[in-house]
Design a protein around this ligand. Sequence first.
Ligand code: PH2
Ligand code: MG
Ligand code: MG
Length: 157
Amino acid sequence: VICYIGIGSNLDNRRKNILRAIGLLKKDKNIKLIKKSRLYETNPLAGPAQGKYLNAVLKIETVYSPHTLLDKFKAIESALGRRSSSIKWSARTIDLDILFYGKRIIKSKKLTIPHPEIKNRIFVLKPLTEIAPGLIHPVFRKTAKRLLKEYCIPHKK
Ligand code: PH2
Ligand code: MG
Ligand code: MG
């Protein structure tokens, strides 16, 4: 199954954290890295005051189920020293989010796919459009490029 993954870091050596996470993903025989966007430096969106992020989006292929993939990502996050915080959207050494899992729409206690915040997050839409401009969001039925364009619409006078 083709999946798109959001990756971000705003603590310690951000670039190193992201490269290490990608290295661990590549090591997994059940995950194939197909494409990766550039790294983007982005202002923190939501949450308490915190430093800027580096963000990227990856295209992978995997045979893991969505929940197994989530568990693998959590294992990589803790291997890279991510501390669990009670504060929502606080600073983190590494964050791996499943954005899309094929065309599947999933709503479980642990997992909402597509990721519910995609359309509100420039730090996802920009790198996603770089690597997959024509990718269609299975809920909104719009391409990544279109969602990026709609993120900020000029207002008529
Ligand atoms: N992740 C968040 C909250 N805010 N802001 C930026 N720029 N990049 C992120 O990856 C990010 C965020 C929660 O996961
Ligand atoms: Mg996140
Ligand atoms: Mg996350």
